[in-house]
Design a protein around this ligand. Structure first.
Ligand SMILES: [Fe+2]
Ligand SMILES: [Fe+2]
Ligand SMILES: [Fe+2]
Length: 413
């Protein structure tokens, strides 16, 4: 796993939050990069601005927050996602250098706070802000370039530095610039630039932190699922150990637990937070999350097994699960373990549609799921025999070896 894989993986996951507004983060990276180069930034400076652009909104997990940020230039709650994003990127040594830019990417140019910043950071953060607003003004469905450019020009000297105006005028006339941010080319262009950047080799600590970082993004989606991925990871690992699975398989179960619900980032908040049963159409949308998780995890090399496990976490023993309807005993033990860990943890947690269950209610619900063939009877039996231990992993103090307190804190509400 290399730094550019991690950046692309994060960018793809963050992109899911746009739901139908695909590619905001990637376009912001590309726009900021193009403007940086026209302003005479060095290659290294432009690359830094590019990566900051790709990850600027990593602190946004809620689709509702995404919509506010796109629709409103000065939304009242803008600071939270800047702060969260800054803390997320600084959790990886290889991305910590982006912290000040991510933290300040909504700061207006002519403010005392902005003037107090070191000049290179101030310029980089303000350039990402300009790229972010330009992309927002090129709203989906409208995408009127003239309107967006005029608005950007009118904001020079207030929101943005006046020195950016010639760069905007220059890209505006360049067909290659527009083509590079067109839907058909965005991903390819991002990969091209990423491939040309020389990143320092990833440390072992960073490699271990990547799944934790992603879980912190996923679990911040809404208060109902806070810490869910961390807890599922701990429960799945312990179940794997109980079945004497090899150490590597237990590691995979933990990683799959951390990553299994990445695809939920693409599910609109109104569906996740709906205080009642879902309609057939809402359920169909909700069920797309397993396949979304699969697609994003495959961005990381050598993650095929993890991706497959994430894809299968809603498959059922009776073949009525999704997305593939695997049945007839074909579901591997690790997937059956992950499925049980997921359902068990969810039952103990208050969700929008029901209160968290007490131990007795959970026992009864699991027994029923075993009888109908929804969950694996053997795995349920293992959980039942050491119920208190698993209950503690689900509801007790959160403790996962390797998880930094800073990241654990980020998904608490
Ligand atoms: Fe933002
Ligand atoms: Fe943004
Ligand atoms: Fe799920």
């Amino acid at each position: 796993m290399k730094t550019h894989h991690v950046i692309r993986f994060l960018a793809d996951a963050i992109d899911l939050v746009g739901v139908t507004d695909h590619g905001h983060d990637k376009r912001v990276g590309l726009i900021a990069h193009a403007l940086g180069l026209r302003l005479g930034a060095s290659r290294e400076q432009a690359e830094r601005i590019f990566v900051a652009g790709l990850l600027h909104d990593c602190g946004v997990s809620s689709t509702d927050t995404h919509d506010h940020l796109v629709a409103e230039d000065q939304w009242g709650e803008v600071d939270q996602h800047c702060e969260r994003g800054a803390r997320l990127v600084e959790s990886l040594d290889c991305l910590a250098y982006l912290e000040p830019v991510v933290r300040n990417h909504h700061m207006q140019w002519h403010t005392e706070e902005s003037e107090a910043m070191p000049q290179p950071t101030r310029l980089a953060a303000n350039l990402v802000f300009l790229a972010d607003r330009l992309d927002a003004w090129l709203a989906p469905g409208v995408r009127s370039r003239e309107h967006a450019l005029a608005k950007a020009m009118a904001s020079m000297g207030t929101l943005f530095s006046e020195q950016f105006a010639p760069a905007v005028a220059s890209v505006a006339r360049d067909p290659v610039f527009w083509a590079d941010i067109a839907q058909a080319r965005v991903g390819q262009k991002v990969d091209e630039i990423l491939a040309g950047i020389e990143f320092a080799p990833m440390t072992e600590k960073d490699r271990r932190t990547v799944p934790f970082l992603m879980a912190a993004i996923v679990d911040a989606k809404c208060p109902y699922t806070a810490e869910h991925s961390f807890r599922v990871a701990a429960i799945a690992r312990r179940l794997g150990e109980h079945f004497d699975l090899p150490e590597g398989d237990c590691d995979d179960l933990e990683t799959a637990g951390l990553l299994h619900d990445i695809g939920k980032l693409a599910i609109p908040d109104q569906i996740i937070n709906k205080p009642g049963p879902l309609t057939a159409e809402e359920r169909r949308v909700m069920e797309t999350h397993a396949a979304h998780s699969y697609d994003v995890i495959l961005r990381l090399p050598s993650m095929e097994r993890i991706a497959e496990l994430a894809r299968q976490h809603h498959e059922r023993e009776d073949g009525l699960g999704y997305p593939d309807g695997i049945g007839d005993g074909a579901l591997p033990l690790a997937a059956r373990i992950l499925g049980v860990a997921d359902v068990f943890q969810a039952l103990t947690q208050t969700r929008s549609y029901r209160a968290g269950m007490d131990a007795l209610q959970v026992r009864e619900a699991l027994a029923a799921a075993g009888r109908t063939g929804r969950l694996d009877a053997g795995v349920l039996d293992a959980l039942k025999r050491r119920f208190d231990e698993f209950w503690h992993l689900s509801r007790g103090p959160l403790g996962l070896p390797g998880l930094s307190p800073g990241l654990a804190q980020l998904c608490q509400y």
